[in-house]
Each structure stands twice: as C-alpha cells, then as structure tokens.
Design a protein around this ligand. Structure first.
Ligand code: ADP
Ligand code: MG
Length: 247
C-alpha cells in the first residue's frame, strides 16, 4: 500500500429487522461505524452476520430500521447507487476466469462508472500496484494463488473508490499460509482511513485491528465495544461461551 489516505465515511444501521419466512434473522440490530474506523463482527455460524452486511448494502431490504451513510438515510436512494459506495469482498473471489487480472479490476470503473477503457485500466493498474500484484496484470486468475486472487478481488472493489468496505469471511477459503498476506492488506486499509465492517473468525485481527467489535448471536447484537473490553471482559454468558470455543 502507498501512504495515500483513503476517505471512508461513517455508516450506521439503526434497529434493523429482517425475517425469512418465520425465521427472524435480524431482530433489531444497530451498528455504528465512525468514518475511517473498523468494526469487526463476530458470532456463531447462522447468527446473521452475512445478512447484516447484505441488509446494510440493501441486497435485502430491511423490514424496519434505517441505514445512514455519512449521516444521511439511504433507504430512499437508488440501491445501485448505494452499492457503488460500498465495496464488498466475499469468501469466494468471483473473478472472471477468462479475463486477465487487469480486466477483472478495470471492468467496474469501465462498465459501472462509465470511465473510458484506458482510464479504467489505469485505475486498475494503480490498485493492483497497491495490493502488490501489478506484475500479474496480464495473468488469468487461475494462475494466481488463492491469496493473490483475494487481493485482486480487493483491488477490484477499491477501483470503484468506495466510501466503505465490507469483508465477509474474506480469508475463510484460503490455505492457512495465505491468510496472513490478505489480513495484512486489510489492516493497511483499516489504518489508511477506510471505513470497514469485517465479518471474520480471525480473532487476532478482531483484537489488533478493529476499533470496535460487535458480537452477534441469534440475530441480535449482544455486545459491542472496544476489542479489549469484549475479549478480556465479556459481559454475557453467550459471548463467554463463544470465546471459549474460538480462542
Ligand atoms: P452467518 O453469516 O452469521 O453465518 P447468515 O446471515 O448467513 O449467518 O444466516 C442467518 C440466518 O438466516 C440463518 O438461519 C440462515 O439460514 C438464514 N438465511 C440467510 N440467508 C437466507 C436466504 N436468502 N433465505 C432464507 N434464509 C436465509
Ligand atoms: Mg456468513
């Protein structure tokens, strides 16, 4: 990464509710992420972490509650416009296998942002440089390691100049020796001024990089606070039990 400062904006979700049929997946979740800060979301499988991210960028519309970006409600805006402001990185990289790494990163700025192909490629090269993969620009994704592919996926998200970045178990599919490089890149983004919401099982990252940790269980935000408070002094039995299983 260069020392260029990223410009994340604040993100908040207030009292978000969502059900799938009779399954209440979000039961009034609130999250408050200050501009340039990182909140890590932890919790057992099925607790609603991915759904929370999907509601925050309106892939699912909340049944109740509000979402604010930079202090303004976005629920009446065009969902596509919102999604352009929020970059997303998933467990699966979802790169186009038959396109070059460069084109994978350039497609968004070109097709979604309407930049010229040349300008989009320039942006893409810059981002690939930042994630340390400029020399792979002409390669196909299949010739890269999983860790490199995930860094390309991060470059692809950054090429859209997002104001917030979401990571949903971005390192869960990687071989153990490749996890560190991706986490280091995420840590660089976090300290570089990006606003981030990170769903992860990497408790080391949660503790050392995040400004706040939010513990979810059964669709509720059970505890939220600075990492030291949650990890060293959990208040609820639910968080104590969770930590005893993962630490
Ligand atoms: P987590 O990411 O914490 O593992 P999820 O947000 O993926 O949890 O899932 C929370 C709950 O919502 C689970 O019970 C899951 O089965 C359910 N769920 C998630 N997405 C859907 C969907 N598209 N349709 C129906 N149920 C869903
Ligand atoms: Mg999930």
């Amino acid at each position: 990464m260069t020392t260029e400062t990223l410009t994340g904006v604040s993100l908040a979700g207030h009292d978000l509710h969502l059900s799938f049929g009779a399954n209440k997946v979000l039961r009034g979740v609130s999250i408050d992420v200050a501009a340039g800060s990182t909140t890590t979301v932890i919790g057992p499988s099925g607790s609603g972490k991915s759904t929370l991210l999907r509601v925050l960028n309106r892939l699912h519309e909340p049944e109740q509650g509000d979402i604010l970006l930079d202090g303004k409600s976005v629920l009446k805006d065009d969902p596509d416009a919102l999604r352009q402001r929020i970059g997303m990185v998933f467990q699966q990289f979802n790169l186009f296998p038959h396109r070059t790494v460069l084109d994978n990163v350039a497609l968004g700025p070109w097709k979604l942002k309407g930049q010229s192909k040349e300008a989009a490629r320039e942006v893409a090269l810059e981002q690939l440089d930042k994630v340390g993969l400029k020399e792979k620009a002409g390669s196909r994704p299949g010739n890269l390691s999983g860790g490199q592919q995930q860094r390309v996926a991060i470059a692809r998200a950054l090429a859209m100049t997002p104001q917030v970045m979401f990571f949903d178990e971005a390192t869960s599919a990687l071989d153990p020796e490749l996890v560190k490089g991706v986490l280091a890149l995420m840590a660089d983004l976090a300290t570089g001024g990006m606003t981030m919401v990170v769903v992860t099982h990497e408790m080391g990252f949660a503790r050392s990089v995040s400004d706040r940790v939010l513990f979810m269980d059964h669709g509720s935000a059970v505890e939220v606070g600075p990492p030291a408070a949650l990890f060293d002094d959990p208040e609820t039995d639910r968080l104590k039990r969770f930590l005893s299983e993962v630490l």
